[in-house]
Design a protein around this ligand. Sequence first.
Ligand code: ASP
Length: 437
Amino acid sequence: MSLTSRILLAMAAGILVGSLLNALFHLDLMPGLRGAIDTYLIGGLFDVVGRIFVASLKLLVVPLVLVSLICGSSSLGNSSRMGPIAGKTMLFYLATTAIAVSIALLAAVLVGPGEGVNLVSDTTFQATEPPPLTDVLVNIFPTNPVQAMAEGKMLQIIVFALLFGYAISHAGEPGQRIASFFRDMESVVMKMVDVLMHLAPYGVFALLAKLFATMGIGAILDLGTYFLTVLAVLVLHVLVTYSLLLKGLTGLSPRIMLNKMRPVWAFAFSTASSGATLPITLRTVEHRMGVHNSVAGFTVPLGATINMDGTAIMQGVATVFIAQVYGMDLSMGAYVTVVITATLASIGTAAVPGVGLITLAMVLGQVGIPVEGIALIIGVDRLLDMVRTAVNVTGDSVASVVVARSENQFDEAVYLDESPDQDDDDIHDEALPTPTA
Ligand code: ASP
């Protein structure tokens, strides 16, 4: 069985086992066993394996972003292509996010998920004050790169790595030596990603089994229309917006792209974090989609940090939903404000679970909708978070392919190679030396 199939199978099995356990508890079957299952299986085995899996993904993020961005920018440093690549990437990210919110608003207005809904919420939501824009800008520039890495401040790491890579390409022979060190480092860190990828079926299974065993699916029933509207727009954005953009801008087959995204989706879905998925996104975009490291090393980490179309879609639908529940009418100007603020909010959303809900406060605040409304949708947010994270990482990957293709940093043969064992190639590609006696 190919690695992709194993990961997808683990995902399905995790959801199934988790849901069965959940049903078991709800129907109060085998009450005697409940304590043991809770303690040793769900809170024990599943929890431990899942947490170790996420931790091992996260541990790769900072080293991987640093080395791959240094490699990318050092190979581009002399060619004056850095500016255009950055420009195109930003344009693509902002434009697709704005399109995503617009579709979400349109769909929500047409469907009216909050009309006639009478939800009394017993949870409360405390909004946090967003920092002023000037601070946000200044904070992109690190005062101490080591601290930036220690704290995992992605944008700061990106700025440092770009500068470092640029300097390497202009430092003559010493620069060349350092560049080759970082290229070697990149191969080694990528190898770590490969190893982890092969352990993924266990991690994905454990995460999903625990989540589905403990999640109250009942909330979905109350919020059914909201849930389905968000879900439909998320799917639409991937199948229509991304596919059309990919086909229109590169002429490549979207089907191949979507196929190759499947293992990445499994990671995004089970971790609900673009950040934790980053190593897998980068690996897939470089090794399976043929994007050269000079582009992928920049577009993927940046995208994981600032490009969140799925999050923006949830925020668009949620805004209309909450306004409808509170019986408020939104003006045309308010819709435009939502498009702008949701696009900006998605930049400020950290690539970890559930943050989209926090930045939603900013969007609601801008158009005068009570922020407490967020409490209404908390119940179904985790499940939507998993799906929207998958959309977020798809946007990053599409952008990488589009930008790489336009910059001639793209290997079409790799993109077109659909052999199922392409994933397995890396880890088995070098035969181990036979030990001599
Ligand atoms: N979990 C999302 C991500 O990491 C962010 C969010 O929407 O909460 O991409």
